[in-house]
Design a protein around this ligand. Sequence first.
Ligand code: NAP
Ligand code: MG
Length: 496
Amino acid sequence: MNDRLSAPARAFLAQNRRMLIGADWVDAQSGATLDAVNPADGQILTRFPAAQAEDVDRAVAAARAAFDGGDWPAMRPVERERMLHRLANLIEENADELAELESVDNGKSVLMARHGDMAMAVDFLRYMAGWATKIEGTTITPSVPYIPDMRFTAYTLREPVGVVGAIIPWNFPLLMAVWKIGPALASGCTVVLKPAEETSLTALRLGELVLEAGYPAGVVNVVTGLGHVAGAALSAHPGIDKVAFTGSTEVGKLVGKAAMENMTRVSLELGGKSPVIMLDDVDPAMAAQGAAMAIFFNHGQVCTAGSRLYVHKSRFDEVVGGLSAIADGMKLGSGLDPEAQMGPLVSAKQRDRVCGYIAQGIEAGARAAAGGGAADGAGFFVKPTVLVNTNPTMSVVREEIFGPVVVAMPFDDIDEVARLANDTIFGLGASIWSNNLRKVHRLVPKIKAGTVWINCHNVLDPALPFGGYKQSGLGREMGKAVFDMYTESKSVMMAL
Ligand code: NAP
Ligand code: MG
């Protein structure tokens, strides 16, 4: 594997890594470590610290010192903007190495990591950099009834919320890190970042770039470790002002409860079971391609993965047949293999979880029109799978699988498909495929989801708010909306 990596990526993996607290690279105080595993072959890439509560305490103290009276929140916004651009430039300059590290740590294609994850991370940071100078309050003319002779003027200030604890998942590791630190830094907050245990490497490399960019000590801290240890300590920490979490709905509920104990502000980007709706006018070949992209992108490990496919009954057989042929024809292989169309899942645990769902579905009467389980070999591969003959009570239809598994179901009319699409605890994304504008516009308001795509799926932009209805989360990331989550509003009333 290593001979396929560039010298910088090899050098990064050649030593055990430390985590970033203040300006120092440190081990966990206990000395405990975790293994970074390559999911394409199960080999250990390097080791990194397994932080515990005491390490989280140190990181929160460093972030607190950098916030309270520190240079960062007091810095002129235009200088913070410049610092964000500097970090974006460094990510861009090191994008090849970062993409390689992401690929071997997560399993995704190095090309996708380079031209998807890293390119988006750079654009996202540059977009957020521009907001540093544009965060603003309002002016108000009050009308106080009981002192009618007095006049007042009032205004609001948007102030950085403070120390942010960011907890992120493993599907887009560097991108998720940047989604959190971008708006936090633009608003003048400081951060303690806890990457996913499965994929901590690019967050640690990002920490190096933060120091190289010249950020003051403690503005960004990276603490690696287990979720139920380090993540739990961070979300329950009385020293943080906000938790920004992306991950499963199950853990999001724990994080939300822990945060609420201290009234810590909280934003939650959680799971999904996003419907893909193909109306009766779709071209079956294009629809099959669209459905394949919607579910198989990033091996189905996408919070908005199009994991429930609803096709009008007049097109069902053709679309599902085309999709199954695409699935059967996909070449599985390491993310470093340029021929491979799908890599391994992130871990053996995730592979077993996904295969467990497939088995449950088949046991309950579903049929695999393509795939149907794990692929042979040392890596954590699952065959791209299309399940038919499902019903709405099956776990494969109701629960987030987070792998390359789609359930395909026919429907008759748009009221029926709206009801089916909304028959879920989730509400993150949905897509509608049709050129019939009337039907599309009648359907969009019926769908309970934070994002509805039309004739595309999984397409995001830093300027477009992103988040979930229902149990898919709380709050919106991206766009101007994200600053509601990283600032406090202070009202100032002045008697004239
Ligand atoms: P996860 O198990 O919920 O983990 C997410 C993060 O939380 C990880 O850093 C994890 O650490 C940590 N964690 C685990 N237990 C914790 C606890 N008790 N307290 C605090 N933190 C804890 O999710 P995942 O399996 O990594 O990621 C997949 C999930 O993320 C899917 O459900 C997906 O839909 C969701 N997701 C949502 C979005 C969105 O924007 N809505 C985007 C991407 C992914 P460890 O890694 O050490 O366990
Ligand atoms: Mg790994």
